[in-house]
Design a protein around this ligand. Structure first.
Ligand SMILES: [Zn+2]
Length: 148
């Protein structure tokens, strides 16, 4: 994800899916694989739409190769802002995924320039629950305003 941070003014949003597994002994969720932008995705300065079917192929391949250990966990995408906040379009999209997805919970990462924010969504929830903000812990561009 780090390599897709939108540092410069021409960098477009990027994204993909999160794939992981639950650790039975402590019920921690471990995200071990992510898909990254593919040619048929739509990527603009302030928008990422995961269109390419390769993301699903990527997941199906992992599922097959590991006898179903891995599950779809959620989505990630970048934002051209330091501290990421979800947009109305993100919220709509996350609600749609929550409704369609068989699993109770999904997690959504937005990758900002200074922080990663992680939200949990579930079928009963109207609003995403912020479960963590993680600092990239490096000094990046000093731009504080969001462009979108
Ligand atoms: Zn977004």
């Amino acid at each position: 994800m780090r390599q897709y941070i939108q540092f410069t003014h021409s960098d477009t949003e990027a994204g993909g899916i999160l794939v992981g597994r639950e650790n039975i002994s402590d019920s921690n969720l471990i995200i071990e694989h992510i898909s990254t932008p593919l040619p048929n995705d739509i990527r603009t300065r302030c928008r990422y739409i995961r269109k390419d079917e390769g993301h699903i192929d990527f997941y199906n391949q992992l599922y097959r190769d590991t006898n179903g250990i891995y599950a779809y966990v959620g989505e990630w995408h970048t934002h051209p802002e330091d501290v990421p906040r979800y947009s109305i379009i993100d919220l709509k999209n996350w609600k749609r995924i929550a409704k369609e997805h068989p699993m109770d919970k999904q997690y959504h990462f937005i990758i900002g320039r200074q922080q990663i924010a992680i939200w949990e969504m579930n079928k009963k929830q109207i609003k995403p629950i912020l479960i963590g903000m993680v600092d990239w812990n490096e000094k990046f561009l000093q731009e504080n305003s969001s462009e979108c």
